[in-house]
Design a binder for this molecule. Structure first.
Ligand SMILES: [Zn+2]
Length: 424
């Protein structure tokens, strides 16, 4: 009997192994090389890329063929800055009082799916209520369809900083004054606690805010909100667990402190000055621009979504951000693709490519910022970010040639994540 079960298991495993997939690619942008390859076959086995061969390889009797001969094939895209829990509306400010975690969870299922179907097979979720950690689990368990998620859990800011939910409201509106468990912390001891609590909850990245933000009431997003020592504490504790720190920053002083403090990436970086640029190059700090977020927030501000204090910050953000990106790119700051999706409709992340190219970045560089370079920022360059042997089979295809018209990144006609096809 035991022998029989063993034989059956052996046969079953051989059957699975035999199910190799052969993807015929008319054109392939592999995410690393600057040249496009023509007429190649990607062989996928057990969720990974087993090989890339010239020409269209005979799959044999057991192989499955996916014909993308008329398409451009690329690595699955990586968005380094999304908020899968959120969607901006004229009601956004009220949601802290009206939506439960369950409400947020149900709403976000659709956002995760749309992101994946738009070709983004991996995201960094840079802050929410903690539902984002459950969402990661839901995707990993196959309960919902979504991109591979690396999540920050809750954003950590100082009292009155960008992620303090009580900003602008009466103290007694909340059941307690937000503390380290809510992502609000001041000084070394509270910050150690805040970081460890997020890691304990399941965060893969630590996200802090070293300046104010656009969306809170009564705050100035140019002002620095942490000392260098506070930022160093966060970076040091995160490093104990092998985690990197992403830092929301608009104002120049907050950017400077975050870079010196050792963060891995500056998010938005709106009012980055020459000294910041010099320091980012010196420290090797990544810049995640989120141009589309600036434009979307400015648009919604002009539509009258927010009170004047938020509207004026939003419009200024939108008017500046693409110029900052253009300068940072030209000066040689390392750029990783990120959109702040949630500040605009999930699934329209591709618009960022257009804004990057419009601001002077060549198409191939823009694609690399969302593939191999984004994978380096994630620390996952051995598994993700390119069509190479041994990496996860995260593969997409678009209609048209993105190197001559970046707008075709909108036309995603094929999505595979870890060997599983979601769009064909
Ligand atoms: Zn954000």
């Amino acid at each position: 009997m035991k022998k029989m079960i063993f034989l059956l298991l052996l046969l079953a495993s051989q059957a699975v192994q035999a199910q190799k997939t052969y993807i015929f690619c008319g054109k392939l942008i592999d995410g690393i090389s600057n040249t496009i390859q023509k007429q190649v076959t990607i062989i996928v086995d057990s969720g990974k890329i087993a090989g890339i061969e010239k020409g269209y390889i005979d799959p044999g009797v057991a192989g499955r063929v996916i014909d993308l001969k008329s398409k451009t094939v690329l690595p699955g895209l990586i968005d380094c800055h999304v908020h899968l829990e959120d969607i901006l509306s004229s009601n956004t400010l009220m949601e802290v009082f009206t939506l439960s975690d369950a409400d947020i969870a149900y709403r976000s299922v659709n956002f995760a799916k749309r992101t994946l179907l738009a070709g983004f097979t991996t995201v960094r979720d840079l802050g929410g209520t903690g539902v984002n950690i459950s969402m990661k689990k839901a995707v990993e368990n196959g309960w919902i369809d979504g991109p591979r998620i690396f999540t920050a859990g809750k954003i950590i800011s100082s009292s009155g900083g960008a992620s303090d939910p009580s900003n602008g409201f009466r103290d007694d509106v909340f059941s307690h004054r937000p503390g380290p468990g809510d992502g609000v912390a001041d000084g070394k001891d509270e910050l150690i606690k805040a970081v460890r609590l997020q890691i304990k909850s399941g965060a893969d990245i630590i996200k802090i805010a070293s300046t104010g933000g656009v969306f809170e009431l009564g705050d100035n997003n140019k002002r620095a909100k942490f000392t260098i020592e506070e930022i160093k504490t966060v970076v040091e504790i995160a490093r104990d667990y092998g985690l990197k720190v992403a830092c929301h920053a608009h104002g120049a002083e907050g950017i400077r402190r975050a870079v010196i403090g050792g963060v891995a990436s500056i998010e938005h970086g709106t009012y980055m000055d020459d000294e910041d640029i010099k320091l980012m190059k010196q420290y090797g700090t990544w810049y995640v621009p989120t141009i589309i977020a600036g434009k979307a927030v400015a648009d919604s501000a002009r539509k009258g979504y927010y009170p004047p204090i938020i509207a004026s910050k939003g419009i200024a953000f939108g008017e500046q951000i693409q110029k900052t990106f253009a300068k940072a790119y030209k000066e040689g700051v390392k750029i990783a693709f990120g959109t702040d999706a949630g500040a605009f409709d999930h699934g329209k992340n591709y618009l960022e490519f257009q804004y990057m190219v419009e601001a002077g970045m060549p198409e191939m560089e823009a694609i690399k910022s969302a593939t191999s370079n984004a994978a380096i920022l994630l620390g996952k360059e051995n598994d993700l970010g390119s069509v190479s042997k041994g990496k996860f089979a995260d593969i997409i295809a678009v209609d048209g040639d993105p190197l001559t018209d970046i707008k075709v990144m909108k036309n995603v006609v094929f999505v595979m994540k870890a060997g599983k096809v979601f769009v064909n």
